[in-house]
Design a protein around this ligand. Structure first.
Ligand code: COA
Length: 659
């Protein structure tokens, strides 16, 4: 579908100009110097542009043009698109900005462009895009002279795209494609991913994104792309103010970063937190080696070794133990003052030769080897880089610290070995690549449990009574409960279930009961009457539950505008707000995913800390039950807080549901 866009036989630039300051001129020059096909500048009055014959319209060319690049004022774009359609063009790039990201008029024009495109089956990039670069031509108005290579960059923001091009030029990183997405009125990141996934020049896709236009499509289609090559994301607009900036920027709505993180994990992508990590990953991905989370650190500086191992621990990677036989071998090449261990300190007097001997010994170990050299009188970074270059394929990452580090990094780069200036960068890059998960496709089928639809029919919120009944239908345990309105009813129910009990005001609306003083615990025969009277005066109905003791867990569910039904979990009760240790997952949640979410949010540690034996399986069942429930019933928002996990089950004791 995108062949005509990225491999056209002919290109027209509408809005071409002889004024070298204008974008329409820069586009013509950039394309002219790189493109071997036919190039047609279109200008209303000029006979010639940059030495090429110019045409007054697309029609005047007289034959079909594969790709039309539009750089005329916004009012003229719709007409140009119509003309392109009439002339048989099926691919366009609209550089012009000033559409939905600016005002209502712009929004209207953008809709019209889409209508015309649909009518003529034109696929287009933009508007508000910088254009794109392919291995054979540069159709942007950026000047960067980018080296050819195998990394594709996709950027939603033109400015960020320009920065990344600049960075690629400075670091001599070779690019296969660069695509500035603009407003994504038609083509969005997923369309471009599909093209790049099958492109032989591209080894990995790096994508700067601010908002996912179509979350369902993202979840359904990106797994097919990550199975072919790594897809790395960095997301802008993650904070509150960042998100506001995004809305007025490209007009896209930034979703919550936590759900985006869960979505990237699900589709088998890599999400990095900042540009440094984004750029550091390039070296590791380009090396094509299968790095492992088990690491051996080799260095000539004890201090650097310690710093590196600290970072390894912070990133939850692990250090390997050296076997006794390996230690014996290493002892033979180390000075007396050095003891072979991990980190392996070759000592401050290590020469290039000692690095060589050590590498020979450790090269076969099944682990990642971070080799860090601090330039000293006895050894330079370049010497060590030359040694490492002989060990391609041995899962080596170099860290070069010294005056000659840049030359050393170049040596490593030509040898296909990832190299860094700082150990933290190396460790984080390894972390990102080893943490990639096999992609999971979320297949959502709604099959409401018998009787559940009757409970929710026609309602926008659910009463306590119906919420509790719904839990039971979905296999989530609740404590013995009743809702009463007289003291006699209260007494007889308490006597039936035994003490202590908890009383709560009962409402037909979802309310935070604790916040209005609506929950009384530790009730027995002595304070039953006074407690009942306090609560009945507030709401007119009181819920009585058997009092349980256990670990309080929070379970939340929501229907995200972008990614659909999702689940949250974390330490419950008041700790939800205090600790904010929440893990997110996209529905349907498997048992394994539920366990992972419990691990990530530290719920699992709470259940198992100090040999405590609270019911992990029951908690998993509650999470998967809730996952089914919100999917089946299209619940907008709900929370169970707390779910009390005892030694032999997990009970939803407070439930709020918004339909
Ligand atoms: N057909 C052919 N040529 C046309 C035309 C049409 N329908 N309408 C205008 N032109 C010509 C103009 O005469 C002019 O040529 P000239 O220099 O010989 O007079 C040329 O096209 C450009 O038009 P002009 O009116 O001078 O506009 P401009 O170059 O100042 O601005 C844009 C045009 C598209 C660059 C501008 O509107 C814009 O959107 N700029 C922002 C682009 C951007 O930042 N994109 C996103 C990046 S992330």
């Amino acid at each position: 579908m995108l062949e005509e866009m990225f491999n056209p036989n002919s290109i027209a630039v509408v809005g071409a100009s002889n004024n070298r300051e204008k974008i329409g001129n820069i586009l013509v020059r950039n394309i002219k110097t790189s493109y071997r096909g036919k190039l047609y500048p279109i200008n209303l009055k000029e006979p010639e542009i940059e030495g090429l014959k110019a045409y007054s319209s697309l029609k005047e060319i007289g034959s079909k043009v594969d790709l039309v690049i539009i750089s005329v004022p916004r009012e003229a774009v719709v007409d140009v698109m119509m003309e392109a359609g009439e002339a048989g063009t099926r691919a366009a790039v609209i550089i012009t900005s000033g559409f939905r990201e600016v005002d209502e008029k712009g929004k209207e024009l953008e809709l019209k462009i889409m209508e015309v495109a649909k009518k003529y089956s034109i696929r287009f990039l933009g508007p508000n895009t910088m254009g794109f670069i392919t291995p054979s031509f540069n159709a942007t108005f950026a000047y960067e002279d980018v080296k050819q290579g195998n990394i594709a960059i996709i950027a939603q923001s033109g400015g960020m795209g320009a920065y990344m091009l600049d960075w690629a030029e400075k670091t001599k990183t070779g690019l296969s494609y660069f695509v500035s997405l603009g407003n994504q009125t038609d083509l969005n990141e997923i369309d471009i991913f599909h093209f790049l996934a099958d492109d032989l020049n591209t080894k990995a896709i790096f994508s700067y994104i601010e908002g996912v236009a179509d979350g369902e499509r993202f979840l359904a289609e990106v797994p097919d792309i990550t199975t072919k090559k790594p897809v790395v994301f960095i997301k802008g607009g993650t904070g509150k103010y960042g998100a506001m900036a995004v809305q007025t920027h490209t007009g896209s709505i930034a979703g919550s970063i936590e759900l985006f993180r869960a979505a990237v994990k699900t589709v088998g992508g890599i999400l990095v937190d900042n540009l440094d990590d984004f750029l550091n990953l390039v070296a590791i991905i380009q090396s094509d080696e299968k790095f492992l989370s088990d690491i051996l650190v080799v260095t000539n500086s004890g201090g650097h070794g310690v710093l590196t191992t600290d970072e390894i621990e912070r990133q939850s990677l692990s250090l390997i133990n050296l076997t006794d036989s390996m230690k014996t071998e290493l002892r033979k090449i180390l000075p007396d003052q050095s003891t072979p261990k991990n980190p392996l300190d070759l000592s401050g007097d290590a020469s290039g030769e000692r690095f060589m001997m050590a590498m020979d010994l450790i090269k076969g170990l099944e682990c990642t080897k971070i080799v860090l050299v601090q330039e000293l009188a006895t050894v330079s970074c370049v010497e060590v880089a030359k040694v490492l270059a002989k060990f391609k394929g041995r899962k080596i990452v170099g860290v070069m610290m010294g005056k000659d580090s840049e030359s050393a990094l170049r040596i490593l780069s030509s040898a296909g070995i990832p190299g860094y200036n700082f150990p933290e960068d190396a460790v984080k890059a390894i972390k990102h690549i080893v943490n990639v998960r096999p992609p999971v496709k979320k297949i959502r089928i709604s099959e409401p449990v018998k009787g559940s639809l009757d409970l929710i029919k026609g309602k926008s919120t659910l009463s306590d009574e119906f919420s509790f009944k719904l839990m039971s239908l979905y296999g989530i345990r609740v404590p013995e409960w009743d809702i009463v309105s007289t003291l006699d009813e209260a007494k007889s129910f308490c006597n039936k279930i035994g003490y202590p009990v908890v009383m709560k005001v009962s409402s037909d609306q979802p309310i935070h009961k604790t916040e209005i003083g609506g929950v009384i615990m530790n009730i027995d025969e002595n304070n039953l009457e006074s407690s009942f009277k306090t609560l009945i005066s507030k709401m007119g109905k009181v819920m009585i539950q058997k009092q349980l003791s256990g670990v309080e867990v929070f379970l939340g569910g929501l229907n995200d505008a972008s990614f659909g039904p999702s689940i949250l979990t974390g330490p419950g009760g008041i700790y939800v707000e205090v600790l904010k240790s929440i893990s997110y997952g996209l529905v349907p949640i498997s048992e394994n995913e539920a366990l992972e979410m419990m691990t990530e949010s530290k719920v699992l540690s709470l259940l198992q800390a100090r040999k405590r034996n609270y019911d992990v399986d029951a908690t998993i069942r509650a999470i998967t039950g809730m996952s089914r429930m919100i999917e089946d019933l299209g619940i907008k928002e709900m929370d169970i807080n707390p779910l009390i996990v005892t030694q032999d089950d997990a009970y939803a004791v407070d439930i709020r549901i918004v339909l």
